[in-house]
Design a protein around this ligand. Structure first.
Ligand code: 4NP
Length: 158
């Protein structure tokens, strides 16, 4: 299996995408596949650059045993060369990534997180920022399902 690089992308890079990174990294660890993947996350805007994930996201993550230590950073055009897959959380993220992609060849690297769901039916990982605790729990439910589906897909295809 060649090393596969994945960039999870959301709007602020303080809730959904660092959570996706944490979930995917734990799955890799459980399967002993850490050295086969390079995983990072980024946001379409850089308002929170350098910050840890949102304290609410970290608290909900912690209840399920995840320690989120990512530092917020924006998506760069060079990420389209550096990563094999750039995975957005909702339609707005996909549109933002398409606008940022330097060429059509880079655009084919853009994926939607919910395309990898195998249990829950949804077409977006909704922004939990202005909502309550249930929204954060739902984000983790979706990401645990989708990250598992993503890893199974990648293992099957290689
Ligand atoms: P995220 O959530 O895209 O899942 O990180 C958000 C975080 C911050 C903001 C919006 C969404 N914000 O507008 O600051």
């Amino acid at each position: 299996m060649s090393v596969k690089s994945i960039l999870f992308v959301c709007l602020g890079n303080i809730c959904r995408s660092p959570m996706a990174e944490g979930v995917f990294n734990r799955l890799l660890k459980e399967k002993g596949l850490q050295d086969k993947f390079e995983v990072d996350s980024a946001g379409l805007h850089g308002y929170h650059e350098g910050e840890l994930p949102d304290s609410r996201m970290r608290a909900h993550a912690s209840k399920r045993g995840y320690d989120l230590t990512h530092r917020c950073r924006p998506v760069f055009q060079t990420d389209f060369d550096q990563f094999d897959m750039l995975i957005g959380m909702d339609e707005q993220n996909i549109r933002g990534l398409k606008n940022l992609a330097p060429t059509a060849e880079h655009r084919v690297k853009i994926y939607r997180m919910t395309d990898f769901l195998t249990k829950i039916e949804a077409d977006e990982v909704p922004d939990p920022y202005y909502g309550g605790p249930a929204g954060f729990e739902y984000v983790i439910d979706l990401l645990e399902d989708a990250c598992s589906g993503l890893l199974d897909t990648l293992i099957t295809n290689h």
